[in-house]
Design a protein around this ligand. Structure first.
Ligand code: AMP
Ligand code: GLY
Length: 418
């Protein structure tokens, strides 16, 4: 089969690494890919958001199967367009991708079907939102309704901060149309867990749990980022909690989407918080997490491409999805300044990082030129190590990270320290 993967970050590199040797793939393309992916697939300079370009490439290159990995093209209907052109896809259609692209849709779905989540209110008027913040006696979280590259959420410590978050979304339009409607919700407390799950709308198969580290600096300080590192499995996620999540969250979500005529096929991301009142949903994403994919996929024992084909054809119940014993730790190496302004184009020196046992280095923002690699994004590399346990995985990931250098390189030193 001729296969293409849409996207060019660490997540797409991790997916590509899993499928590149599949005997069923004759030719593999990445649109646009990156420096690391270019070792495994032919990278084509078409942006993940150029849906017309993607569809015409698929047609001119006889693509049989497409993996649409990032949120933007999913929300823009890339899967609908490709399927209509005869290309089978892994990923939800636009009607189902709304579970991520509208936080208000997700909240209303959870309320309608009794899925546990934080209490919330929706606002379309700045003044009303501000009065609500002023009167509230509990800690608030302000969220833009639409996609905002992971930056649309503010956990507010004070009324002043809530006020600034509301003004920035609604008056200053910091997230454009995504912030025209906002959600204000109660702040939940407890450990966070990510569970990625394969679903074809008939069955839902959770992968190993993981823990993302979203804040920029050690000790969970600083601004939210796309994610600075991950450990898998998540220490807090016991088999009892997993059972409870299956009954109260995973199956009800799959069934709710079916009942709404929005059958979800692909990877459904559950961002959960384990509160004292039980697990609650913080957010859904319609895709693999990044960097969760870079930590979870190296532990997958079943052939990923077979799973993806089965999801597309609604045969997931026939596949035995297995993970290896052990743990993984992924440390993101970022450009100086990220998640704010940063410079790119610096040469990356990998040193002896490849010699550390159990290590896989995924490229997030890199480009390859004459056999050398240069920085090309905020998150540059995702250094993952697999070990017999979390401690060993963590030691290996940091041993490898210490071998790597580029101008301004920065990473958190406490991934998995809990
Ligand atoms: P999101 O983009 O929705 O994942 O939100 C980013 C981060 O904000 C989450 O990973 C949480 O750490 C935090 N967050 C979002 N909603 C809440 C909430 N209701 N209570 C506490 N923290 C939250
Ligand atoms: N790591 C969080 C996300 O992918 O949204």
């Amino acid at each position: 089969m001729n296969v293409m993967i849409i996207g060019g970050g660490g997540r797409e590199h991790a997916i590509t690494r899993c499928i590149a040797n599949s005997p069923r793939i004759t030719k593999l393309y990445a649109l646009p890919g990156n420096g690391g992916i270019s070792e495994l697939a032919e990278c084509v300079n078409i942006s993940a958001e150029d849906i017309d370009g993607i569809v015409s490439f698929a047609q001119s290159h006889a693509i049989d199967f497409a993996i649409v990995a990032p949120d933007d093209p999913l929300a823009m209907g890339a899967v609908d367009r490709l399927e209509a052109a005869g290309v089978k896809c892994f990923g939800p259609d636009q009607k189902a991708a709304i579970i991520e692209s509208s936080k208000i849709f997700a909240k209303e779905l959870m309320t309608k079907y009794g899925i546990p989540t934080a209490n919330y209110k929706v606002f379309t008027e700045t003044d009303e939102a501000l009065s609500y913040c002023a009167l509230s006696d509990y800690q608030l979280v302000v969220k833009a309704d639409g996609l905002a590259k992971g930056k649309g959420v503010t956990v507010c410590e004070s009324f002043k901060q809530a006020r600034e978050a509301v003004m920035s979304c609604m008056r200053d339009k910091a997230f454009g149309r995504s912030g025209e409607r906002i959600l204000i919700e109660e702040c939940l407390r407890g450990p966070e867990v990510t569970v990625l799950a394969f679903t074809d709308g008939k069955v839902i198969v959770p992968m190993l749990s993981s823990m993302d580290h979203k804040r920029a600096y050690d000790g969970n300080k600083g601004p939210n980022t796309g994610g600075m590192g991950v450990v898998a499995p998540n220490f807090y996620y016991t088999p009892e909690i997993a059972d409870q999540c299956m009954k109260t969250i995973f199956l009800p979500t799959m069934n709710a989407m079916n009942a709404e005529g929005r059958t979800f096929k692909g990877c459904l991301y559950f961002g959960l918080m384990l509160t004292k009142d039980g697990p609650k949903v913080i957010e859904y994403n319609c895709r693999f997490g990044d960097p969760e994919a870079e930590a979870v996929l190296p532990l997958l024992a079943t052939d990923l491409f077979s799973i993806m084909l089965a999801v597309r054809d609604e045969r997931l119940s026939e596949v035995d999805v297995k993970f290896i014993d052990g743990a993984s730790c992924c440390v993101v190496l970022a450009s100086g300044g990220y998640p704010g302004k940063y410079l790119t184009g610096y040469e990356i020196n990998f040193g002896e990082s490849g010699e550390v046992p159990g290590v896989e280095i995924f490229h997030a923002g890199t480009r390859r030129e004459n056999g050398k690699y240069f920085t090309a994004g905020g998150r540059v590399l995702a250094v993952t190590a697999v070990g017999e346990n979390a401690m060993q995985a963590r030691e290996r990931a940091y041993d490898a990270a210490k071998c790597i250098s580029f101008e301004g390189m920065r990473y958190r030193s406490d991934i998995g320290a809990q």
